[in-house]
Design a protein around this ligand. Structure first.
Ligand SMILES: [Zn+2]
Length: 240
């Protein structure tokens, strides 16, 4: 863990430097135009970050580290960063301040959907007070062109959030539930560190549990087939 938020620029710089293998100098700013600005000067990175990074969840910082190491080649890391920036900075909210949203959507109720999982599929791994809060993300148009993050689990707030594009009668219930299960498994089988000290959210035990879910393969096929449609629908959200 990097430590309790807010992180100081020095803490964040040290934490990132350890992962990236360069010296890093971090300054925070409130400028909205470019929330992440990096300049490499020899062996040193000058990193200017929006203040919201003081409270960024750890997986976002991991993504930032991967982006520093590999640039745009880290497709997943870039997507995670983009998604988080969109949620927190572009909508002018910090994670702390976001009010809890409801799991009751227009079509699907996430609390209903999870009710039977706690004692069956999740085998009581999450005591009632450890169960994540379940919520739908805000119905607003996404800026994403390629991928789409259909769900997320925030370890700091223990919240599972599903993308509102799934709250649609055209999306099958079993698919929504499989996305929900994936995120709940993150809470039940939290990330572990690999031998290099890096956090792995999708470690072997996680994958094993995920494969044990009966609709897992079917859902992967569904996602492959329907992702472009979902991305388009997400871009049009709230405009209908
Ligand atoms: Zn995951």
């Amino acid at each position: 863990m990097i430590g309790p938020t807010p992180y100081s620029s020095q803490q964040l710089a040290n934490w990132l430097a350890e992962r990236v293998g360069f010296e890093i100098n971090v300054t925070f700013s409130r400028a909205m135009g470019q929330p992440v600005r990096g300049q490499r000067k020899g062996k040193q990175w000058e990193l200017r970050l929006h203040r919201a990074f003081e409270q960024a969840p750890e997986d976002v910082l991991e993504s930032l580290g991967r982006w520093l190491r590999n640039g745009r080649r880290s497709k997943q890391a870039c997507e995670r960063l983009d998604q988080w920036l969109e949620e927190t900075i572009y909508s002018q909210r910090t994670p702390r301040k976001t009010a809890r949203r409801s799991g009751k959507g227009e079509v699907y109720d996430l609390d209903d959907s999870a009710r039977d999982l706690w004692d069956s599929f999740l085998e009581s791994r999450l005591a009632p007070d450890q169960r994540p809060h379940l919520e739908w993300g805000q119905r607003q148009p996404s800026r994403s062109r390629g991928g789409l993050r259909l769900g997320s689990w925030d370890a700091h707030t223990n919240r599972v959030r599903l993308h509102p594009v799934l709250d649609d009668s055209k999306v099958p219930y079993w698919f929504v539930r499989t996305v929900l299960v994936h995120e709940l498994l993150h809470a039940a089988y939290p990330p572990i560190r690999d031998r290099g000290g890096r956090w792995c959210p999708h470690h072997a035990e996680f994958r094993r549990q995920e494969r044990a879910w009966p609709d897992h393969e079917k859902a992967r096929a569904y996602e492959r087939e329907h992702l472009p449609k979902l991305v388009r629908a997400a871009r049009a959200l709230g405009r209908r």
